[in-house]
Structure formats: C-alpha cells, structure tokens
Design a protein around this ligand. Structure first.
Ligand code: LAG
Length: 514
C-alpha cells in the first residue's frame, strides 16, 4: 500500500495560500474547474496558535503551529470546509490538505491560546480561545522533549527526527496513541472527500512511522490510495530523499531553484543550460517530483517570484520589474512535463522593516484585527492571483493534453543562447526566448521543426482557435506579438519572438481550446 502519485487525470495544482474555504469553493466553480486545474492545496485546516509571541499580530505561519486535529480555523468552520470539498470535487477540482503532523504549538511553555473555530461566536467576529490542546489530549509522554528539547541539527538524522523544528514540540509519531490520532484525523478528511495531502515537515517524521500511518488510511473518494506530496526542503544528510519518494511525491525545491536561476540568467547561466541542469536533477525524479517556481516559504527569498512582475515598492522592493522571468519560468514548469506542477497563489506581504512577525504579515491585510482572513473579493488588490494570470492559466489545459499517455520526457533543444524549444510529437510545440538586458539574441526569428501536422495554430499564451481564427483570451491586448503560426507539410514553421513581446513564450498544440 503506498500513495497515488497523481491526484486525478489532470496535472496542475494550485496552492491557494490562506484562502478561505468559501473563496476556494467559488474559485473551483468559477475559474479552476473550467480551466482544467487538477487540485487545490489548502493552507492547514487544523486549529492552531492564536497569536505570535510578539503579541497582537497574526502572521500566516501561526497556521503551522497546530494545537490538535479539530478542523476549522480562521479560514472557516468545519461546515465551510465540508461544503468546499463537495463544491470543488463537483466542479472537477480535487482538494489536497496541507497537514501539520510532525509538531504542535508551544507558546510560553503551554499552548494556551488557540485559533479554533467556535460557532457560537460567529465565523469572523472574534477568535475563539482554547484553554489547552483541545484534541486529542496529548501530554508530555507524547512528545520527544525528554529525548531532545533543543532545535534540529539538520546535519544529523536522529536530530531531524527527534528534536524540535523552530522550537515547536516534536510529536512521538512512534507512540500508538499519537499514530492513531493522526490516522483518525486523515481518515476524517478522506471521509469528507479530500483526495490527498501535503505533509508538512515530512522529513522530520521517521520513515517507518510515516509508512505505518499511511498504511492505515482508507482509500480516497476516487477509490484510490490517497495522494501525498511530502515537504522535504533539502535532501537528507546523505544527499538523498532516503526512501520517502516511495511513499509519494517530494516537493522538489532544487527544480525551482535551478529553473529560476536559469531564467534570470544568474552567474552567466542561461536557459540553454536547462537540458543539462534537468539531467543533473536526475530525470527519474520526474516520476515523484512536485515542481514549482515558488511556494509560501520561498516567495520572499526564492531565486524568482511573482514579485518580479510588480513595480510597487512594498511588493517588489529589491526586484527589478521583470515580470516575464516569473511568467516564463512558470510557463516552462507547465509546458515541460517534468513532475507535476503546482502554482502558488497568495497575498502581498510587507517586505521590509519591522519585526519578523510583522514582515510575515500582509501589506494591505486580507485579515481583520483578529487575523481573520477577508474574502478575496473584498480585497482583490491584496491577493496576487498568479493562477489567473493570462500568460499562465491557458497553459494548464495544454499541459493536461500533452501529458496524456506521455511515456518519456521531450528532448530540450537550445541551439542559440537563451532560446529553448521542445516538441511533443503530434501534440504540441513550445519555444521560450529569454534573452534580456545586454545579452545577444533578443529577437528570435527562426524556422523550426515542430513535429506537428500541417495547419494553422494559435499561440495559446495569447489566443485560442475558434472557427479558424485566433481569438484573444479575455483581458489580453497585443501590440506586435505574433499570435498565429502556420505549420507546413514538412512540419516547419517560422517562430518570431521579439524582445518587447509581452510573454516571449510560444505554445502551439493540436488540442481543443476555448
Ligand atoms: C514547513 N514545512 O515543513 C512549512 O512549509 C513552513 O512554512 C513552517 O514554518 C515549518 N514547516 C513548520 O511547520 C513556518 C515559518 C516559521 C514559523 C513556523 C511556525 O516559516 O518561521 O516559525 O511556521 O509558525 C515561527 C518563528 C520561529 C519560532 C516559531 C515558534 O519564525 O522563530 O520559533 O514560530 O514560535
């Protein structure tokens, strides 16, 4: 019994970071389902610590300081959660829950302040305080503190397993009561129709414990083993993922780092290094990797984030206004079928000054004075909405189409620096021109073999085919960009991507659009 490596027959997930359950439900119906997204990864749904040590301030990371396993927190109630699962699965979008199982909150020696959900107080009126860990009743015997109460030494496997992660008390996942409590929690989620999980701090849960827990889980509502994406930010001290990839997908941080670097042309790198770089990441990793250019941990410090697309001081700060770096790298993760991709979509952060907790809190808070999260529709400008970017969402359906039945990774070509292209024969052809600044080859005009049948095609980044014409996606305006390509009987077409084009990505395919 191990995990499923796919959530369903689609490919692309979206992490709706700190989105309320009600908003996720709406997004599934209005946007994610119609555009072919596979699943939503929610933020943690467990009750969690109510405020940071710095007092009356509510950074997102409190969600990673759980108090127990009762479902409901500032994202909504248990009922909201169940409604969301039903609505999303009904719209063809599965729910993957971020579960925090390795540790619990530890505030001033006891966990006395909680962000549970109390129906009698109403959802957003006030935080509901708990006096102790409400569920289950863990006590000192369920924690590793007697073995290690210091922080983890990341060079030592025993320490990774038994010591505290960021001061949070480490659960004895070898203890029968702890194991059963976790199994009950995950089975409860599965019984509501959740398809799988992102396991927070999976690296710190000993392999044997983790496997024993997973083996006791019921199948998901598809009748399959639940999907798992395991958070293993770095390889273990011996440089491997140990055996964890046998239990499910691994969040492949190396991939985003490498791809981001190459698209930003850092240290003399350019996208023509991509073929070698991906080979070095070991192509067999494709089978068990979840790939992404950023996530909620990386969006402040990653090589490349959506902030690159925004010129405003709070949001961009030390980034240059180069939106296409992020968009190109994300287009690459979508159009090159390595692993399965997940897009992160969250909110804008205050970026400089203040304390750590202040920096981790929102700029124009999508939350009220108690930290309750506001509806996306109320504060649209605070939410970053990467998954709705016009250069990105049309490519989700292209990915679903080209991955179907694909047996091997397409060969990546780069015969001119900063220009890459690849084909999925008979299905799609893709080109990215990432030359920038003072590097050569800014304008691309090259005749290439597409391995596609003769015909006219629309560049899906800008437009879809309808009755023989290319129709722009809603909201797209073009200047001199080429939106239509003609492939001749020999499979050749001339690709034109100019340096001032908005996206510098060409994606043509034989699937149905619109
Ligand atoms: C994760 N994956 O394994 C999450 O992706 C990551 O976001 C979590 O850290 C981490 N594991 C623990 O679940 C986040 C923040 C930390 C934060 C922690 C707990 O990145 O900064 O720690 O959640 O809220 C914060 C303070 C620490 C403090 C700790 C406990 O930054 O200084 O020791 O809270 O009070």
């Amino acid at each position: 019994l191990s995990a499923q490596y796919l959530v369903n027959d689609k490919q692309v997930g979206v992490q709706l970071f700190q989105w309320r359950f009600k908003d996720i439900a709406d997004e599934c119906v209005n946007f994610l389902g119609p555009n072919g997204y596979s699943f939503v990864q929610t933020s943690p749904v467990q009750e969690h610590a109510g405020q940071s040590q710095e007092g009356n301030i509510y950074p997102w990371y409190l969600a990673y300081q759980p108090l127990g396993y009762s479902i409901g927190n500032r994202l909504g109630s248990l009922k909201d959660f169940k409604d969301m699962v039903k609505t999303c699965t009904g719209a063809g979008v599965d729910i993957v829950v971020d579960v925090v199982l390795n540790h619990n909150s530890y505030i001033n020696g006891n966990s006395s302040v909680g962000f549970g959900y109390d129906a009698s107080l109403g959802p957003w009126s006030a935080p509901a305080y708990h006096e102790s860990f409400p569920s289950p009743r863990y006590t000192a015997e369920h924690y590793h503190d007697s073995q290690c109460n210091g922080d983890i030494d990341w060079g030592n496997l025993t320490s990774i397993y038994f010591c505290r992660l960021a001061t949070l008390v480490d659960l004895k996942t070898e203890h029968p009561f702890v194991r059963q409590s976790i199994v009950d929690f995950l089975n409860e989620l599965l019984s509501y129709g959740v398809a799988g999980f992102r396991t927070d701090a999976a690296k710190s849960i000993p392999f044997a414990d983790w496997q024993a827990i997973m083996d006791k889980l019921q199948n998901n509502y598809h009748g399959k083993r639940p999907y798992f994406a395991q958070e293993i930010m770095y390889t273990f001290p011996d440089g491997t993922y140990l055996d964890y990839h046998k239990l499910g997908r691994i969040l492949n941080f190396d991939y985003g780092q490498a791809v981001g670097k190459l698209f930003r042309n850092i240290n003399g790198g350019s996208t023509d290094d991509l073929p070698d770089t991906l080979n070095n990441l070991a192509l067999n990793q494709s089978d068990y990797s979840l790939v992404f250019t950023e996530n909620h941990d990386k969006e402040r410090y990653a090589t490349l984030t959506v902030r690159d697309q925004d010129g405003d001081a709070n949001f961009a700060l030390y980034r240059i206004n180069r939106g296409w770096w992020y968009k190109q790298a994300t287009a690459f993760t979508l159009l090159y079928p390595f692993g399965i991709p997940q897009i992160h979509s969250g909110y804008k952060f205050q970026f400089n000054g203040g304390t750590d907790a202040q920096r981790e809190s929102p700029v124009t808070p999508p939350s009220d004075s108690h930290g309750y999260v506001s509806a996306v529709s109320d504060t649209l400008s605070s939410w970053t909405l990467q998954h709705r970017l016009t250069d990105i969402y049309p490519l989700v359906r292209v990915r679903n189409y080209i991955s179907d039945g694909l047996a091997q990774l397409p060969y990546l070509y780069s015969d001119v620096q900063n220009q890459i292209y690849w084909a999925v024969p008979g299905k799609g052809f893709f080109v990215i021109n990432s030359a920038q600044g003072n590097t050569p080859n800014q304008n691309m005009n090259q005749t290439l073999q597409t391995y596609l049948p003769e015909g006219t095609y629309c560049n899906m980044v800008y437009a879809y085919a309808k009755e023989g014409k290319c129709v722009l996606w809603p909201g797209v305006k073009i200047a001199n960009e080429t939106i239509q390509y003609t492939v001749n009987a020999d499979g050749l077409t001339t690709i034109v991507i100019n340096s001032n084009d908005q996206s510098r990505v060409v994606a043509i395919y034989t699937g149905n659009d619109g």
